[in-house]
Design a binder for this molecule. Structure first.
Ligand code: FES
Length: 574
């Protein structure tokens, strides 16, 4: 039932008053061809669009925004498309993660500073989902998320290729001399065949699935392939629905609760989602004033089976996942593990949305009695090397390395790694532990996805394909290997990772959730006394703000001044 009347609409503060500002606002909508009746008394809907020609994942979103507009007009709203930072995972350096918070700030301020009553948020490429949602949560006006959808399966000589995952696998074989230049060109031509985000269970597919699990998308929206005609139909439906949400005054704060975040973590485990999801969920929850401690992820991981048979943990790709029934079918298998009373953007509770969602292909989405793995893919580690936590995705690791003690081979930063990793004299064996420093939120900066350190060539030549690798970096959700990530505090901030030296013994004990640097307390103290803070990489600009205010990985890498759940002030209009 509508709660609000036209005079309650936020936009009408700009558009109705018979004064100089009101005149100005109305005349400028008329300047671009709208009539007074088009926007008077109607919800003004921002279509926040991260389209860009340099973001191939969102290449279809400019055209797709027209379908959202159609839906908004149909439902009696007034759509305005607003471009927002198109964070592109592929091209932005040193790391697109540096800019997630900038998109969040931009989204919040776009919605706050202009006559907007509700928003359809269009994104999908990794950081755009959390960035858009963080901004919308802080602004807290009705908002609905429209995922860009995954691209089609890659194809190389009839073999289905997955973004990132297969590129890395095949690159490793190329480095080992097992793939020719001509074959490699075939891979390059065939791996990305359509608009849409990476179609493995990388960060994009993970975060859009979690947006659905949180209740911020319409049911079934997260895995529709970008070029499937279901996608424009979903866009129209989003346009329809957001207008009703404005009248109902259904805001993110009505949808996002501790229970809905627990649902998202549960789904993250069932899909063997990207480790990046931990950072983003902590940041998203922080915007609602909800603290998610890392052990909650581990506890939930213990009780949730992996059901999505999607690369890198499984065999299939997101197009297959959609045809197999999509996220609703997967969530229906774990109903008993979800908080079914959580509200969602369609106005119903999650349990209602899961009714009648069968699995179509039981190899792609495993039924509860035949999981891909009995428990979730993510483990939280602590110990003398990671007092504030570290993360490992065991579903993408080598089982025998999950209990391992080895000798450290340390790289001071990524340049050092690139310079020495393939040196024939590098003192590395298949029992070594590779350690990368200066790759965290401050050190990277922006915590780049460097956590899947390459295997040294001399080991590749011996057939070694995995090693224990430890860093304060993140890892792409499409990556794999026994990689300990997000070590907190990071080395740049003086965490114990900064104190590791070549030849140290390091113990990884996943069964007991431990990660320890095996040196004495006295040696720890002596090294700490000698440690000096590295020089920061930005002296000015956004980078300087980022370095000054970003929090560590275990706190979500949000800016400290944004991760407050205080109400955002409405602008004065004069
Ligand atoms: Fe955009 Fe992977 S590059 S989702």
């Amino acid at each position: 039932m509508p709660k609000r009347k036209p005079e309650d609409l936020r936009s009408q503060r700009w558009l109705v008053p018979e004064n100089a500002p009101g005149f100005s606002h109305r005349s400028r909508f008329k300047q671009v061809g709208y009539r007074k009746e088009d926007f008077t008394g109607k919800p003004v809907i921002a279509i926040v669009n991260t389209w860009s020609e340099i973001n191939p994942c969102h290449y279809h979103l400019r055209e797709r925004a027209e379908f959202v507009k159609r839906g908004v007009w149909q439902a009696g709203g007034f759509p305005v498309e607003i471009p927002a930072m198109p964070i592109t995972e592929i091209y932005m350096k040193p790391s697109p993660m540096l800019y997630r918070n900038l998109l969040a700030m931009e989204t919040e301020e776009l919605l706050r500073s202009m006559p907007i009553d509700g928003a359809v948020l269009m994104g999908g490429c990794d950081k755009t989902t959390p960035g858009l949602l963080m901004g919308a949560i802080s602004m807290n006006i009705p908002a609905i998320y429209l995922p860009a959808g995954p691209m089609l399966r890659g194809n190389w000589n009839g073999k289905a290729l997955g973004s990132g995952t297969d590129a890395r696998l095949l690159w490793t074989e190329r480095c080992a001399g097992n793939i020719t230049e001509e074959e490699w060109q075939g891979v390059e031509n065939g791996i990305a065949r359509s608009p849409g985000f990476c179609m493995t269970m990388g960060t994009a597919s993970t975060m859009t699935a979690l947006a659905e699990a949180l209740g911020m998308t319409l049911p079934g929206a997260s895995s529709i392939p970008a070029v499937d005609s279901n996608h424009p139909r979903m866009a129209i439906t989003c346009g329809n629905r957001i207008v009703d949400m404005v009248w109902e005054d259904l805001k993110p704060s009505d949808i996002l609760t501790r229970e809905s975040f627990e649902n998202a973590i549960t789904v993250d485990m069932a899909i063997a989602g990207s480790t990046n999801a931990i950072i983003h969920l902590v940041a998203l929850a922080g915007r609602r004033g909800i603290a998610l401690d890392l052990e909650l992820f581990d506890r939930i991981s213990h009780r949730v089976p992996v059901l999505a048979n999607i690369r890198p943990s499984g065999a299939f790709l997101m197009e297959d996942f959609f045809y197999a029934g999509g996220l609703r079918a997967l969530m229906a298998q774990i109903r008993d593990l979800l908080n079914l009373d959580s509200r969602t953007v369609n106005g119903r509770i999650l349990g209602e949305n899961l009714d009648g969602a069968p699995i179509i292909n039981k190899d792609v989405i495993r039924p509860r009695e035949n999981p891909l793995a009995a428990t979730g893919g993510t483990v939280i580690l602590r110990g003398t090397l990671a007092p504030d936590g570290a993360v490992i995705k065991i579903s993408a690791s080598t089982a025998r390395l999950l209990q391992h003690t080895g000798t450290a081979v340390v790289f001071k930063n990524y340049n050092d790694l690139e310079a020495r990793i393939d040196d024939p004299n590098l003192p590395v064996t298949e029992d070594s532990v590779l350690v990368l420093q200066s790759a965290g939120p401050l050190g990277g900066p922006g915590m780049p996805e460097w956590g899947m350190l390459p295997i040294p060539k001399k080991l590749l030549d011996k057939g070694v394909r995995d090693l224990v690798r430890i860093s304060d970096a993140r890892m792409s959700g499409t990556a794999y290997g026994t990689c300990v990530l997000h070590v907190s505090p990071e080395s740049h901030a003086g965490g114990p990772l900064a104190l590791v030296q070549d030849g140290d013994r390091i113990s990884l004990d996943v069964a007991n959730r431990k990660l320890d640097l095996l040196i004495s307390d006295q040696e720890f103290a002596a090294r700490r006394a000698r440690w000096t803070k590295p020089v920061s990489s930005f002296g000015r600009g956004y980078g300087a703000l980022y370095l000054e205010r970003v929090t560590q990985a275990n706190l979500g890498c949000d800016f400290d001044f944004l991760s407050k759940s205080l109400a955002t002030a409405e602008p004065e209009i004069h």
